[in-house]
Design a protein around this ligand. Sequence first.
Ligand code: 5GP
Length: 179
Amino acid sequence: MHQDIKEILFTAEQIQARVDQLGAEISRDYANREILLCGILKGAVTFFVDLARRIDGAVQFDFMSCSSYGDGVTSTGNIVIRKDLDTDVAGKDILIVEDIIDTGITLHHLVKHLQERGAHSVKLATLLSKPSRRQVDVHVDYNGFDIPDAFVVGYGLDYAGNYRNLPYIGILKEAVYTK
Ligand code: 5GP
């Protein structure tokens, strides 16, 4: 285990088993419909590529980048789109793929944004959710795991750009971000 990690919440094996289940569920729900998988850079990339390979049927990829956190560990509440989708979403069935839902502010904003552009449907898949932290009501269609109110890294999730490559998801030691 990395020295900055306090506790491992989900091992690589546990994550893969859950991603398998989510992929099977999504494949059933979207049978005979093409999905525009919309990954939120950068944290969701690892989950995105694993999930995409577990979906049967027609899938297209696109990516967006937005920020609300900077290098800190609490949301600023101000969402800025840094990179928009390349695809015209009108009439498409969009599945947003996110790493984690905390306050819900980011996804609330993104869902509204895509609906306003005329998507046929907009659903959400997140690997992690912190239900106790929710400030805005967001409907989550596919959720990997509920987690407690702790700052986690690994499997794509970072702190100040680091730890994304850890194969597991772990709680970061407070000392790392309070020093
Ligand atoms: P929300 O708008 O729901 O509060 O925030 C969602 C975004 O906050 C996520 O995409 C992620 O970038 C960041 N975030 C929230 N909680 C955590 C966490 O525990 N660890 C990391 N690395 N990022 C988090």
